[in-house]
Design a protein around this ligand. Structure first.
Ligand code: PMP
Length: 411
């Protein structure tokens, strides 16, 4: 991590250089939302300051400028995930909305007694919409069981595929544990039995190169705010047939071809799934986030993040009285990405995070919107420290020495 100027990258995130009382901020909650580089903030301000107009509508110059920039970001996203076409990139307000659009959209495709297989470690955003769909059409949601480390039990998965599910919904990377599913193989197996596949990439896109054509899933969804962009913007990528099969969740302006009181016809992709005025400024900010990421030395940053995560795992285990989740035998793992989940002895996770906060250290504690995963691990909740490309060794060292102090207070 000394091979490149990491400080120069980190210094582009203005929020990180603040004090919280007597302590400099130590931000280890990137999995909840990442911080934003100045470029992203500037792009949003510049849109409002110079180009503010609705997109796709008026003939005037501001509208033309806004529309060109908006559509340029769609192209950036296309390149970022290697989508075969622009029409397959749908702007949404985030991962949650994207999954809801698919679940709602399949109400005319799925029917009674159909099976929907869902990752047992999934975020609630990748569980509850399927339950709502199942309730609506009389289908059944079946959880894919996990092993003792919170990873998908691949044998159980293979067996469940024999039940001929119509849809398989998986996380790419678990938000609670940072575990990575063997996603290529899992999607391939689901496709082999003819199931539709949705991959929740919310925790993957900031850390891994994602190629939707290699992955070959029907739907891939993620949020801008977890990859250094603003909140309120996300992506629904889909194969053309998979997107065309969706009944639009939102109807209204922008998504139509013709409207009359005798009947309305819907427009083509991507507009068909983008009713109403979109989050234009957020799209501009999202574009700047992709430009920012593309400007960085990817391989070095990935290595930096992996080294940092391993260091974090090692230091935590060495502290003693720590249970790490999502890693083999409670030891450090070379496979996890972004997050470390843990508990301190039998202490309540919230007590730990509150004591850390008093020293300026921001982590998350709770069930991490993955209650079924917590049940499977037989815990009520845990602490999660998560890193981003701006995190450095100093963050980890401060966290670990604060944890040593927390331990001496609580134990
Ligand atoms: N899925 C995963 C794996 C996530 O980490 C998150 C965000 N915590 C979501 C879905 C929901 O994303 P959003 O809140 O941006 O809609």
């Amino acid at each position: 991590s000394n091979l490149f100027d990491h400080n120069a990258i980190r210094s582009q995130f203005p929020v990180l250089s603040q004090m919280l009382g007597d302590n400099p901020l130590c931000y280890l909650d990137t999995a909840a939302t990442s911080q934003k580089p100045q470029m992203v903030l500037d792009a949003m301000t510049a849109y409002y300051q110079f180009d503010n107009a609705n997109v796709h509508r008026a003939a005037h110059q501001l509208a033309a400028r806004a529309t060109i920039q908006y559509e340029k970001v769609r192209q950036q996203v296309q390149d970022f995930i290697n989508s075969p076409s622009l029409q397959q990139v749908i702007f949404t307000h985030g991962t949650t909305e994207s999954i809801n659009m698919v679940a709602h959209g399949l109400m005319d495709t799925l029917s009674k007694d159909d099976i929907i297989l869902v990752d047992g470690a999934a975020h609630h955003a990748n569980i509850v919409p399927w339950q709502a769909l199942a309730k609506r059409v009389g289908a059944k949601v079946v959880a894919i069981p996990l092993d003792a480390n919170g990873r998908i039990d691949q044998t159980a998965y293979d067996e469940l595929l024999l039940t001929q599910p119509k849809l398989v919904a998986l996380a790419h990377v678990s938000n609670a544990l940072g575990t990575v599913n063997p996603i290529n193989a899992m999607v391939a197996k689901a496709k082999a039995i003819g199931a539709l596949t949705l991959v929740d990439g919310a925790q993957a896109v900031a850390h891994l190169a994602v190629d939707v054509q290699t992955l070959d899933c029907d739907y891939y969804v993620f949020s801008g705010h977890k990859m250094y962009g603003p909140t309120g913007i996300g992506i629904l990528y889909g194969k053309l047939a998979a997107l065309n099969m969706l009944t639009p969740m939102l109807t209204g302006g922008e998504m139509i071809k013709t409207v009359s009181f005798d009947g309305t016809t819907y427009g083509e992709l991507p507009n068909r799934l983008e009713a109403g005025t979109p989050a234009i400024a957020e799209v501009m900010g999202f574009g700047a986030a992709i430009t920012f990421l593309n400007s960085l030395p990817q391989a070095q940053l990935r290595q930096h993040e992996q080294q940092l995560l391993r260091y974090l795992q090692q230091q935590l285990s060495q502290l003693g009285d720590i249970t790490l989740y999502g890693v083999d035998g409670g030891k450090e793992s070379h496979e996890n990405i972004g997050s470390v989940a843990f508990n301190l002895a039998n202490e309540h996770h919230q007590d730990v995070s509150i004591l850390l906060d008093q020293q300026g250290i921001a982590i998350r504690s709770g069930h991490h919107c993955a209650m079924p995963l917590m049940q499977s691990l037989q815990i009520k909740g845990c602490c999660r420290a998560s890193i981003g490309l701006y995190s450095n060794k100093q963050d980890i060292d401060r966290f670990i020495s604060a944890m040593a102090q927390v331990k001496s207070i609580l134990l």
